[in-house]
Design a protein around this ligand. Sequence first.
Ligand SMILES: C[S@@+](CC[C@H](N)C(=O)[O-])C[C@H]1O[C@@H](n2cnc3c(N)ncnc32)[C@H](O)[C@@H]1O
Length: 310
Amino acid sequence: MLALLLLLSGAVAALALWLWLKRDRKYQSSESVAAAYDAWTDDRLLERLWGDHVHLGHYGDPPRHHDFREAKAAFVHELVRWSGLDQLPAGSKVLDVGCGIGGSARILARDYNLDVVGISISPAQVARATDLTTQGLSCRFEVMDALDLQMADHSFDAVWSVEAGPHMPDKQRYADELLRVLKPGGLLAVADWNRRDPSDGAMTKTERRVMRQLLNQWAHPEFASIAGFQQNLETSHYSQGGISTDDWSQATLPSWIDSILEGVRRPRAVLGLGPKAVVQGLRETPTLLLMHWAFATGLMQFGVFKLKRH
Ligand SMILES: C[S@@+](CC[C@H](N)C(=O)[O-])C[C@H]1O[C@@H](n2cnc3c(N)ncnc32)[C@H](O)[C@@H]1O
């Protein structure tokens, strides 16, 4: 019996590894990003394991033990405080660019009385975000491309964008669009997965191999560096400077291993979705481990960016 179980587990792990190696989700266009998120949303695996936030948690600096989902909510509150969104008057209009299934938007609306519009390239995410939002909460969701926002200039009191940047093929245009729709006096809050700036050391051969997987597995065309995206914001036609950045790599690092452990802590969340979900969960594991390694060694950095528009 034990031998059969071991054989079966080995076969599932081998299938997952084969899928990881042979069938990546390389960035091709914004349609390929939308398709990847539609699939991740429709299979419900991410949501059952991670809740309604598709971003890392904040564990404090130095990191302390936290429940993964609580750390994700804590992340939103940390970014709100750091960027000053908690100072906005009730009813201020906020745009959440790359809103996932609306976890951050609902916190901004519920806990800070803000009026939030979330946009995502993924129709399945927008449908799910709308389903998860109770009536009376001031937030709504639309399918839209962050690089072509169908919003008037100067129309938001704040613009919020968490972990959407790695999917943007044109970082300058992303920065321009974020700033274009921001009112004078408005606040920008961005959090991003960034690569080490080339001026801080070229990638080694091993790092280049790892980087290729980090890009190709999850539909990322390229990662900006913190200095690189700061420059995109500074040189934007819509910018007047005043950008501050920070590196939250340490405070968010436990998220990668927690992402894997959630499957062990909540086995029914995975098993309840059937054998396909087990293979899918295992398939994401090597990328999660590589992400942990890359953020732990400094190949990747978790950058945050804020400014107040003059
Ligand atoms: C890692 S998820 C983060 C989701 C959300 N910000 C959160 O924190 O839960 C990246 C998000 O960026 C969105 N995205 C990627 N490319 C986009 C684009 N070109 N336009 C709009 N949204 C995009 C994805 O659909 C997804 O919602």
